[in-house]
Structures are given as C-alpha cells and as structure tokens.
Design a protein around this ligand. Structure first.
Ligand code: ISJ
Length: 268
C-alpha cells in the first residue's frame, strides 16, 4: 500500500497504452528530470484505473468512470483524453440498427465508454438491453442482435479492416448530440497529494507532444488512419470548463443508471 509517498520513493505513473496517449507522453519520455522521479507503466485503460483504485500507483490517466471508487482523487493536469463530437475510437458495433439490438458486449479494456454506452441506452435511446462482460476475442461474437463496444486502436482496425459491422455508432458523437457538451473519457488523476513541482513539470511535459503532433505521428507509423488528423480533429486534449460540466453530468447519469440496474435486479 502506498498511502503516503516517502521522500525517496519514485512516483508511480500509469498511462493508457493506446495511440491517443502518445502525444501526452512524448514530452514526458524526453524529460530526464521527470523520468528520474517517476516510474511509468503503460497498459489498457480499465487495468490502469484499477491500479489507481487499488493504490498500486500514485497517478494515472484513468477512465473518469472510476472516480466514484476513489476515496481521495484530484485531476492534476490541464490535459486529458476527451472529445468534442465524434472521436472515432469509442464505438458501438452492430449488424443491426440500435432499435433491434438485444445484447451488448462491453469491452473489458474500457471503463468510461462502457458506462457511457449504458448511460446512452438508459437515458438517451431509452432502450433496455442485456449487458455482457467481454473476454479477449469477443469482437468475433458481435453478430445478429448482439452488439459490442470497442475502444482504442482496435476500433480503427475493425472499422477500416476486412469485416466491419454495418452499423457503427460513435458514442462520443451520440453524447454530444444529446447533451450539447464535449466528453472527457480519461484524466490524469492522483489518489494522494503529490509534490507540486513534479505536477507542474509533468503538466508542461504533456504539452510538448501537443505542440509537435507531426513529430508524434511520424514516430508512430500506423496504416489504418492518419494519426495527425486523429490527434488534431478527433481527440480533444484540453481539460475545459465544459468538459468538467460533462464529467459532472456523466457521473450523475452513471449513478442513476446503476440504481436503475439494481432496481431491475431486485424485481427479478
Ligand atoms: C477515445 C478513447 O478514450 C479512452 C476511453 C477510455 C474508457 O473507455 O475507459 C479510457 C481512456 C481513453 O483511452 C479511446 O480509447 O479511443
């Protein structure tokens, strides 16, 4: 347990391993001063969120849907993984239109987008479906009236690969069309007080890649989508007042959705 940092402890930082996070880590990985104070772990979002909740790390770019599970939490950076309208890489894939979907498989790598999907079904599309937890390889099970949420780089591969499903709903776009707000999927969240100087330098380092998106894209060759377009036009990296408003609304709707699910369970 890492309740309080000791003077000589390295700060454990966990970040999303997807392409969308490369701009934020570009400067961090080029800063010997920061690297000497921290240990960087990269993994998929739900895993790093769990690590912050379990206090295995001190700071993480974690799915915001984990916030209710954190005793102590603070958003410590001006940069995040967000969207203003369509984001490309948070999608519901289906062979049938939404009205006919009966079951939704929820990406095990996600925590914000799977909850966003539940919120959208419950509050915006107002449709009851059965949810299934995905296991690796679940993408092959998206067939007939069983749809599936996919996030991250695998969305590009599914969308622009050989066998995309007929219906692809960009859930960030759906959120914005119903709320008029942007969305924030993941933010840099600390679960304990961290040295102010470190946080200051870490935040500045996050901006370096955002100021050099052409170089970041060049460093990460990718065949399915133009990364510079993804970074400039799809992902929105700034924490803004509207994204904080969206976070508030999302956490509220998520709580209501959980309560509704509980009520359904007791009545069964
Ligand atoms: C836009 C994205 O946002 C992500 C979605 C997350 C989630 O659903 O929990 C968490 C982190 C982000 O990487 C994406 O991964 O494509």
């Amino acid at each position: 347990m890492r309740t309080n940092l000791q003077h000589l402890d390295k700060i454990k930082v966990a970040a999303v391993s997807y392409l969308n996070t490369k701009p934020l880590l570009y400067g961090v990985k080029r800063s010997p001063a920061l690297l000497s104070q921290m240990e960087l772990i990269e993994d998929f979002p739900s895993k790093i969120g769990k690590m912050l909740v379990d206090n295995e790390v001190d700071l993480g770019l974690i799915p915001v849907a984990y916030i209710p599970q954190l005793k102590d939490w603070k958003i410590v950076s001006n940069y995040c993984i967000g969207s203003v309208g369509p984001v490309e890489t948070v999608c519901l894939f289906s062979e049938v239109p939404v009205e006919q979907i009966e079951t939704v498989i929820l990406d095990y790598q996600s925590f914000s987008s799977i909850n966003l999907c539940k919120v959208i079904f419950a509050h915006f599309w107002k449709k009851k479906v059965t949810y299934q937890k995905a296991t690796p390889g679940y993408i092959d099970q998206i067939k007939g009236t069983t749809a599936g949420v996919i996030i991250g780089d695998r969305v590009f591969e599914q969308k622009y690969g050989l066998h995309p499903q007929k219906y692809i709903y960009d859930l960030a776009e759906v959120w914005t069309s119903f709320t008029g707000l942007p969305f924030m999927m993941a933010a840099w969240i600390a679960n304990k007080p961290l040295p102010a100087a470190f946080i200051h330098d870490f935040d500045l380092a996050n901006k370096v890649g955002l100021d050099n998106l052409a170089a970041v894209s060049k460093e990460n060759p990718y065949g399915y989508f133009d990364l510079e377009t993804y970074y400039r036009e799809k992902i929105s990296y700034q924490v803004t007042e509207d994204k904080m408003k969206a976070l508030d609304l999302f956490l509220n709707l998520m709580k209501q959705t959980e309560t509704e699910t509980e009520i359904q369970d007791t009545s069964n």
